[in-house]
Design a protein around this ligand. Structure first.
Ligand code: NAP
Length: 233
C-alpha cells in the first residue's frame, strides 16, 4: 500500500487526512507537535505511526528525516499551518495596517511558508524512493493576489509566498518525476476555519484526497481547490 506523511495530523484537516488515508488502507506517517496530547490521533487504528514534529524546528525536521532514512514516502502533505491571529471572528487582529504584529508576521511565515520548503528538502530522498512521488501543500485561496482584501496580511502573504515556493519547486522536480501541487481546502469547520464555515472536515478532505489521487506530472505546479477548480494566482 502507498504511504503518506502528514504534518499537523493531530486535529482539523490534518486529522481528517489521517482518517481518510487510514480508511484507504495506506501507511500513514502522522506528525504533530505534541503526540502525548494527541488523543484523537492516538485513538485511530490502522497502519499508522506517530512522530513528534514542530515544523519550524529544523533540527527536528532533520532528525525525522534521519529516522525515516531509506523509507519510501509516496505522498507528502504539508498541512500544518496557522492563521496568525486568534480567530476569524476577531477579524485578523495584528494583521492590518496600523495594527501589525511583526513578530506574528515573522512566525506566520516560519510556519506557513518556510517550514514546508524545509520539510520537502529534508524528505526529498524518501519521495524520490516512492512510487507516486507527490508533494502537496495545503494553501489558501486567501493567498490569491487577485483576492486580497486588505486584512489578514500575514496569513495571506504567507500563503502567496508558499505558492511561489512550491510553483518554483515544481519546475526543478519535474525531471525527477515528482508532482508538486497546491490545494485549497475550501472554508472548513476546523479550529482555524471556525464554526461559521460551510464545509465539514470530512467533505473537504474527501474532495482533496480525490484531487490528490488524480494528480500526475502533467498537472505539476497547479493550484486547485477541493472540487478540482483551478484558483487564479
Ligand atoms: N480551515 C479552513 O477553512 C482553511 C482554509 C484554507 C486553508 N486552510 C489551511 O489548511 C491547513 C490546516 O488548517 P486547519 O483548518 O486544519 O487548522 P487547525 O484546525 O488550526 O489545525 C492546524 C494544525 O497545524 C498544526 N500546527 C500549527 N503550527 C505548527 C507547527 N509549528 N508545527 C507543526 N504543526 C503545527 C496544529 O498543531 P497544534 O495542535 O500543535 O497547534 C494543527 O495540527 C492550514 O495550512 C490552513 O492554512 C484552512
Amino acid at each position: 500500500m502507498p504511504s503518506v506523511l502528514i504534518t499537523g495530523a493531530n486535529r482539523g484537516i490534518g486529522l481528517g487526512f489521517t482518517r481518510a488515508y487510514l480508511k484507504k488502507g495506506w501507511e500513514v506517517i502522522a506528525t504533530c507537535r505534541n503526540p502525548e496530547k494527541a488523543n484523537e490521533l492516538k485513538g485511530l487504528s490502522g497502519n499508522i505511526e506517530i512522530h513528534s514534529l514542530d515544523v519550524t524546528d529544523f533540527a527536528a525536521v532533520d532528525s525525522l528525516a534521519g529516522e525515516l532514512k531509506g523509507r519510501a514516502i509516496d505522498v507528502l502533505i504539508n498541512n500544518a499551518g496557522i492563521l496568525g491571529s486568534p480567530s476569524f471572528e476577531k477579524g485578523g487582529a495584528g494583521q492590518t495596517l496600523g495594527d501589525m504584529d511583526y513578530d506574528g508576521l515573522r512566525h506566520t511565515l516560519e510556519v506557513n511558508t518556510i517550514a514546508p520548503l524545509k520539510v520537502v528538502e529534508a524528505l526529498l530522498p524518501n519521495l524520490e524512493a516512492g512510487k507516486l512521488k507527490k508533494i502537496i501543500t495545503i494553501t489558501s485561496a486567501m493567498g490569491s493576489i487577485e483576492a486580497m482584501e486588505g486584512e489578514f496580511i500575514s496569513y495571506r502573504t504567507s500563503k502567496t509566498a508558499v505558492n511561489s515556493i512550491m510553483r518554483n519547486l515544481s519546475i526543478g522536480l519535474k525531471e525527477k518525476g515528482i508532482t508538486v501541487a497546491l490545494l485549497h481546502p475550501g472554508w472548513v469547520r476546523s479550529d482555524m476555519g471556525s464554526a461559521a464555515a460551510p464545509l465539514a472536515i470530512g467533505e473537504s478532505v474527501a474532495g482533496l484526497v480525490a484531487e490528490i489521487d488524480k494528480l500526475d506530472l502533467e498537472h505539476t505546479g497547479c493550484w486547485k481547490d477541493h472540487t478540482g477548480e483551478t484558483i487564479p494566482w
